[in-house]
Write a protein that binds this ligand. Sequence first.
Ligand code: ADP
Ligand code: MG
Length: 299
Amino acid sequence: MLITGKGGVGRSVMTAALAKLAAKRGKRVLVTEVGDEGDDYSPLARHWNRERLPQHPELIEPNIHGAVLLARTGQELFLKSVLRSGTIARAALGSDALRRLLSAGPSFREMGVFFQLLSALRQKTGPNPTHELILIDMPATGHTLSLTGLPETLLKLVPGGPIAAALKEGQTYLNDPKLASAWIVTLPETLPVSECLELIEGLKKTRMPVGGVVVNRMPADPFTAEEREGLGPLVDQHGWLGREAFKKPLVAHRELARLRSHTALPIFVMPELPHEGLIAAMAGLLDVATPLPLPTGGA
Ligand SMILES: Nc1ncnc2c1ncn2[C@@H]1O[C@H](COP(=O)(O)OP(=O)(O)O)[C@@H](O)[C@H]1O
Ligand SMILES: [Mg+2]
């Protein structure tokens, strides 16, 4: 399950809430995020009181393993599988020239992340899989599309050999709606909804199945329609402080309606919640949600 969307919309809190909910339901979960070599802090790991997620899957809570997907780790796994020797793979990656090459091309970076994901997916199959649900806190829109579009892009360049084989194997998991889906998180505001609609199209083009959309931080409206009618002209006339806040619920409903009119995908509306206990409250709401953005079937 890929959790994607524009930066700051709540992808990481949603990923954490889904992980905790699935674990509570007895699923063995692997929670991951796409990281960068230089990252020294992860907003996702914070939900497990850690600065970073471990480089290889490690138990971070009962039923939950965590790992960061790093290009370098994946490249090493890939070379190891091709060269059948960890020592040679590490030595190869230790070479300055090869390192420069692998970090220069964006496709090489994505390939590393892709391959690490693939090795996690391989462990998910079989009679007694290590993980039954893999959650990925995806990077912002553009990077998400380079990752989901990677197989198509690279297979044109390298149609045969071990890279192609890995890409094709990855496609059989990621492009199968029974096995994988992307959920897009957005806010009920103009630009995020527009970007969400573009992302739906972009994901379709890369053949990534989309499960649905979470409209996050829906504001509550403290006013009745009558009160709004009375207050509206006053707020407009005086340009009072709080005008934005007064209009926010209206904008939110308009944008939610616009989203609904442009997509037939399931939409789950998540309210604005208090900061204290956010993840637990979110997991609680997801627990009774329809449509529930959590695969319920077996592995
Ligand atoms: N439903 C919500 N109610 C209140 N605050 C929220 C909600 N969802 C997210 N937030 C807050 O929004 C901020 C961004 O969330 P985060 O998950 O880090 O975004 P992203 O990973 O998409 O960049 C965080 O401070 C988080 O606590
Ligand atoms: Mg995040």
